[in-house]
Ligand binder design. Structure first.
Ligand code: ARG
Length: 270
């Protein structure tokens, strides 16, 4: 998993509105630094042997660098996201790209944050709700993509997407999560999965520690979370830590900048 990723670029990345608590229009990314930061992340994916698909960002879409919200993809089927109104203009570009590349594209009937709120974990889908995803989407994702859904409710706008609160490190084996970000029944559901769980503190999670990409052997993550980095290394993973200070001004990190295109089909998961 996570060996084939769709990324865009940070050429038009800016903070034009405030739709999460990390965004402040008074604090803008430095354009050159943002482009360089994003390019470094993409280079790290390539160095880890991941296949990269790219699409250009559009000038009128200041958040388009965060491709994870565009859809959830499994096999040749993609369920498009239904983002907040400020990001609606992105969707036609993603719809076109996915259609042109042979995916069966489905519109979401309810608000849906795409992969931001839908973390594939083998045949399970860790599916967020309570913020940007309507819980009714879970049945749609189960039906259309064949996932067994594990509903997880995040408790505050600080965790406006599940990918800030939970990370899949190795499907069926290892997850990392911030306990304070989930309600009690959701924490219980995670424990009941019987996988090993790494707990991440609020301070590191707020610095986008969990917004990482793991292919099961290399983890690409932000630099501001030494405790999580050490825990992952102790589990035998190779950890690549990168600067994400510019992306953080938009309320995002490494996971948000890549849409996974190789989620295994039913039964294929390892
Ligand atoms: N500014 C973007 C938004 O609020 C950031 C999205 C980050 N994506 C993510 N998957 N967490 O929509």
């Amino acid at each position: 998993m996570n060996r084939k990723l769709l990324v865009s670029d940070a050429r038009h990345f800016r903070v034009e509105y405030e739709i999460n608590p990390y965004m402040h229009t008074a604090v803008q990314p430095e354009p050159g630094a943002a482009v360089a930061e994003h390019a470094t992340i993409v280079a790290a994916h390539r160095a880890a042997g991941r296949e990269i698909r790219t699409m250009h960002s559009a000038p009128e879409c200041p958040d388009m660098v965060f491709t994870a919200n565009a859809a959830l993809v499994r096999g040749d089927c993609a369920v498009l996201g239904q983002p907040p109104p400020e990001r609606k203009a992105e969707m036609s570009y993603f719809r076109d790209w996915l259609t042109r590349h042979g995916y069966d594209v489905l519109e979401a009937p309810y608000p849906f944050s795409g992969q931001g709120d839908a973390l594939a974990c083998g045949d399970l889908l860790l599916a967020g709700y309570g913020q940007r995803t309507d819980r009714r989407m879970h049945a749609v994702l189960a039906q259309e993509l064949g996932y067994q859904v594990v509903p997880l409710r995040t408790v505050s706008t600080r965790w406006y997407d599940l990918d800030l609160a939970v990370a899949v490190i190795a499907p069926s084996r290892l997850l990392a999560y911030c306990p304070e970000a989930l309600d009690a029944p959701s924490r219980e559901r995670l424990h009941d999965l019987g996988m090993e769980l790494i707990e991440v503190c609020v301070e590191e999670a707020e610095r986008f520690a969990l917004n990482l990409i793991s292919d099961g052997s290399v983890v690409t993550m932000t630099r501001g979370a030494p405790r999580l980095a050490a825990a992952l290394a102790a589990h035998g993973l190779r950890v690549v830590e990168l600067e994400t200070t510019e992306l953080a001004k938009g309320g995002g990190g490494i996971r948000c900048t890549a849409l996974t295109l190789d989620n295994p089909l039913p039964g294929e998961a390892s």
